[in-house]
Design a protein around this ligand. Sequence first.
Ligand SMILES: [Zn+2]
Length: 77
Amino acid sequence: MILEGKHTCEDCNKEFEWFYVVPEHMDSRTYGVVKIPKGKQGVRVIEADKNRMPITVSAYCPVDECGYPNTFKIEKK
Ligand SMILES: [Zn+2]
């Protein structure tokens, strides 16, 4: 399973796209190959819930000469 979204950089105010690959359980029957989206920033999980779904993540801004480490909460859909 893959989470994707958009975030506006807190430093340069430009919007970038991010993704996070949720680890599958070992007993999952829906095991499959996850395609890594191109041109998107991978995020690092800061805080996750008990189901290992990320709540707060951090990602570096991909804009040239910015690279600001944004920390933000994932909005539940
Ligand atoms: Zn930025």
